[in-house]
Design a protein around this ligand. Structure first.
Ligand code: SAM
Length: 190
């Protein structure tokens, strides 16, 4: 309950940053983490909020020490440090992940899970986030993003510019609102 209250308080103070009316439900957390396995460690999680997806990653066999959590909200970042003391929690803006401290010192990740409100961001910020995330990931690694919308929330122009391909893996009606998850990867050269 206190996590939901913290989420609502953050939503009232900064609706654009939070971009949702409540933390994601368990069904969406299980869906967005469904392809992530311990062999993908370390795993990057962007916009973890109250840690719903973080807990789902741990339930899939990852250890706290396998997780790099990037959260821009100060209250969320502090609560994540308390809840997951073994994880690397960075209180930072995910649009600054490209070649900047502290990101430049991180090990390459085998997957990324994003809870970011991508649709409430401008295209320059979306571009910087995708560029930064893929710079931190190993070749072949996938980036998982959910959306409440009917299509992939990363605009086609950004996918093309970065050589990425998006595929919808599934959707769930058991979330408020219902959501879909996209897997985004570097396109294979023909
Ligand atoms: C829609 S909430 C999702 C929270 C959680 N993953 C969930 O599904 O319940 C978006 C989260 O992204 C964080 N966020 C927004 N912009 C960010 C940025 N530029 N860098 C890092 N985190 C950001 C917000 O503070 C919030 O925790």
């Amino acid at each position: 309950m206190s996590e939901t209250l913290s989420f609502i308080r953050n939503m009232i103070v900064d609706p654009r940053r939070v971009g949702a009316i409540a933390p994601s439900g368990r069904a969406l957390a299980e869906l967005i983490t469904s392809e992530v396995e311990p062999r993908h460690a370390p795993v990057l999680e962007i916009g973890p909020g109250t840690g719903v997806f973080t807990r789902a990653l741990l339930a899939r066999g990852l250890q706290q020490s396998d997780l790099i959590l990037v959260e821009f909200g100060a209250e969320f970042a502090a609560a994540l440090r308390r809840a997951f003391p073994g994880a690397t929690v960075l209180h930072a803006d995910a649009s600054r992940m490209r070649r900047r401290a502290p990101f430049d010192a991180l090990p390459r990740c085998g997957a990324a899970v994003s809870g970011l409100p991508i649709l409430s961001m401008g295209s320059r910020r979306q571009m910087r986030i995708m560029e930064g995330a893929f710079a931190l990931m190993r070749p072949g690694a996938a980036f998982y993003q959910f959306t409440y919308g009917p299509v992939c929330p990363i605009p086609r122009a950004i996918l093309q510019r970065l050589g990425l391909k998006a595929e919808r893996i599934a959707g769930t009606l058991m979330n408020l609102p219902p959501a879909s998850v996209y897997r985004i990867r570097k396109a294979q050269p023909h």
